[in-house]
Design a protein around this ligand. Structure first.
Ligand SMILES: NC(=O)c1ccc[n+]([C@@H]2O[C@H](COP(=O)([O-])OP(=O)(O)OC[C@H]3O[C@@H](n4cnc5c(N)ncnc54)[C@H](O)[C@@H]3O)[C@@H](O)[C@H]2O)c1
Length: 259
C-alpha cells in the first residue's frame, strides 16, 4: 500500500505513539496522508510531523485535555489508535495487588479513558464520513493463547479483546467501527528491554523467534500495516474483529522442523 494516500483528509490520534508499534503507526498514517497527533507519557520519540501531546493514560483529566486539544488542533478526529500499554512478567504468585491495579489501569482502563473522551469527536466525524471512522486497539497474542509467566499481562489483554467486542456493538450504529490487532512478539524497544533482563539475551531471542511458526519476530511496521488496514476506508465493513499479526503463532500447529 506504500504510495497510497487513503488517509488524506483524515485526522488521527495514536496513544503510545512515541515508540515501537505506535510510532510505526503514526509514521505510516502521516505517509498515507493523515494528520496525526501522538499521545504519550514520553513524547521524545514521536515522529516528525506529528503533533505530540504529553499525557499519561492513567490520568483521566490529562487524557481529556489531550484528546480535546488534539481534536481542536487537527480540526476533527476520525481515527483513534489506542496502543499505549506496558508488560508484566510472572505467574499469579509473582505480582501483588498494587501491580495488578497498575497494569490494568494502564492497559485496560487507559483504553477506556481514551475512547470515552474521543467518542464525542468520532461521532461528529462519523456523520461526515461514513465508514471512515474507527477505533483500533492494540491487543496481543496473550489474549488468545496461554503464555507462561504472563498472568497479569494476559488478563489485561484478554480484557482488551472483550472490550473491543463490546465497544464495537455499542457504537456500530453510530458509524464507529472498533477492532483490535493481536501481535505476536514484535521487535520493538519493549522486547529490547525484555531481552536486556534475560540471563542470556541471545538464547532468549532465539527462543522467542522459534515460538513463532515464521521463525522470527513480527516487525512494528507489519503490525502498523494491519492497524492501518483496520482504520482505513477499505475496512468499512470490518468491525468487532481481532486481526492476528503473529507469524502464525495462534492458528498453526507445526511438527518439529526435522520431522
Ligand atoms: N512488542 C510486543 O511484542 C507486543 C506484542 C503484542 C502486543 N504488544 C502491545 O503493543 C503496544 C505497544 O507496545 P510496543 O512493543 O510498541 O512497546 P513500546 O514500549 O515500544 O511502546 C509503548 C509506548 O506506550 C507508552 N506508554 C506506556 N505507558 C503509558 C501511559 N501510562 N500513558 C501514556 N503512554 C504510555 C510508552 O511511553 C511508549 O511510548 C502495547 O499495548 C503492547 O501491549 C506488544
Amino acid at each position: 500500500m506504500t504510495g497510497t494516500r487513503d488517509f488524506e483528509g483524515m485526522n488521527a490520534l495514536v496513544t503510545g505513539g512515541a515508540s515501537g508499534i505506535g510510532a510505526a503507526v503514526a509514521t505510516m498514517l502521516l505517509e498515507r496522508g493523515a494528520r496525526v497527533a501522538v499521545l504519550d507519557r514520553e513524547t521524545a520519540g514521536a515522529p516528525e510531523g506529528a503533533l505530540a501531546v504529553k499525557a499519561d493514560v492513567t490520568d483521566d483529566a490529562a487524557v481529556r485535555a489531550a484528546v480535546d486539544g488534539a481534536a481542536a488542533e487537527l480540526g476533527s478526529l476520525h481515527t483513534l489508535v489506542s496502543n499505549a500499554g506496558i508488560g508484566s512478567i510472572g505467574s499469579v504468585e509473582d505480582n501483588d495487588d498494587d501491580e495488578w491495579a497498575r497494569v490494568l489501569d494502564i492497559n485496560v482502563v487507559g483504553m477506556v479513558r481514551t475512547a470515552r473522551h474521543a467518542l464525542p469527536h468520532l461521532r461528529r466525524a462519523a456523520a461526515e464520513r461514513p465508514g471512515a471512522v474507527s477505533i483500533t486497539q492494540t491487543c496481543s497474542i496473550a489474549a488468545t493463547a496461554g503464555l507462561p509467566q504472563r498472568a497479569l499481562y494476559s488478563a489485561s489483554k484478554g480484557a482488551v479483546l472483550s472490550l473491543t467486542l463490546a465497544m464495537a456493538a455499542d457504537h456500530v450504529r453510530e458509524g464507529i467501527r472498533v477492532n483490535c490487532v493481536n501481535p505476536g512478539t514484535a521487535d520493538t524497544p519493549w522486547i529490547g528491554r525484555l531481552l536486556g533482563q534475560a540471563g542470556d539475551p541471545a538464547a532468549e531471542r532465539a527462543a522467542l523467534n522459534a515460538r513463532q511458526p515464521l521463525g522470527r519476530l513480527v516487525s512494528a511496521d507489519e503490525v502498523a500495516a494491519a492497524i492501518l488496514y483496520l482504520a482505513s476506508p477499505a475496512a468499512a465493513s470490518v468491525t468487532g474483529t481481532a486481526l492476528a499479526v503473529d507469524g502464525g503463532m495462534q492458528g498453526l500447529r507445526l511438527r518439529p522442523a526435522d520431522s
